[in-house]
Design a protein around this ligand. Sequence first.
Ligand code: URP
Ligand code: ZN
Ligand code: ZN
Length: 464
Amino acid sequence: MSILIKNGRIVTAVDDYFADVLIEGEKVTQIGVNLKATADTVIDATGKLVIPGGIDPHTHMDMPFGGTTSADDFESGTLAAAFGGTTTIVDFAIQTKGRSTLEGLDIWHEKARDKASIDYAFHMIVTDMPKERLPEMETLARAGVTSYKLFMAYPGVLYVDDGVLYRTFRQAGLNGTRINMHAENGIVIDEIIKEAIEDGKVEPRWHALTRPTRMEAEGVHRAIAIAEVANVPLYIVHLSSHDALEQVKIGRSRGVDVQAETCPQYLFLDQSIYDRPDFEGAKWVMTPALREKWNQNSLWQGLKFGDLSAIATDHCPFCFGGQKEMGRESFTKIPNGAPGVENRMSLMYDGGVVKGRISLNRFVELTSTSAAKTFGLFPKKGTVAVGSDADIVVFDPEKKQTISIHNPETHHMKVDYSAYEGHEIQGWSETVISRGKVVVHKGVASATGKGQFVARARVGELLR
Ligand code: URP
Ligand code: ZN
Ligand code: ZN
């Protein structure tokens, strides 16, 4: 199978030029002006951008959480991702407390096998790490799982104490792997929640009001300090606030290897949405919570000037009917998470490039290249180059859409609401190619279910 993409404007994290792209099999084999090659399929990309497929480094497909399971599995979630221009996700396998991390990895391989329509990789969520288990971490790295996520939040569920953090950080650093941190002081937050419940404050808005940004900042500060001492590269996930970002900047200015991602929800939505009547605010109960609107400006600045290095979705959808409703009596019972894997590229193009906040190159870097480099996928993924996987999006920079559960072009996620209902966006993933196969073209899916697990490289190593 070969595909020739003609007359497009190729944009990577650094380049911006007009040329044709030849794909043979799974790889890009030629790039040049007026390529003379013939191909099975020719795509005319006149007026379109030819960009690397998006990489979403933070999703939760088929995740048991909050007494239920996230509504998208690897089949529906990865296809929705493809509709939105994402061609690789890095999801999270979970260690059951007291059991082997390798067993957790097997379970997630089983969940994803033969279901995904785009390529996928795994981080490993660590829920305990006694000394005897540390050698498993090298086995994981050899199996291509070269990053971990640990939680300072969710006491009694995913929370681990600072001792586990230090032990895991130290070993991860020795193995040449990376730590992802959910940074929020869950212990203090739990006390604040108890006070709120005692006062009868049970509506969704109290989810945000019981999670002060200072407790996120404290978590970021502590994670950076521990990573600095343990000598491991750190990546703060779903950073949501000005206060937390300040701590990242302080750590970076001290020379600590710390990066952070933010998510569209923290850039486009704010905490006033929790006040919607009839329990509707539950749709946006996620952790960290949505913040006061003024934080958004700081996050955009962080994206522009490099203190925030990637855009992930933290896609963790729960249906309003039947799942979010579990928390009608108390916000503490609302499963935490929201959908978004399908909307990331268009939201960021519109809010970033069209609105003049970031350049086109930075858009590509934030939605693809940076995650590829951080998480050991580059240069196989994350760029348009000869020898790289043919994960390519032909992106229409002019097409406008209104995101809505009622607009089938914008909603393929298996969840009964859109977090961005009514948002008007400009910029659309028209053709989405995953390892040389057209998965989506003009809103129609084909060649589904061909996604593969990607074993990632260690920090600083290239993946071929
Ligand atoms: O609310 C969220 N973010 N749910 C998913 C789990 C996590 O903390 O990332
Ligand atoms: Zn988290
Ligand atoms: Zn998450």
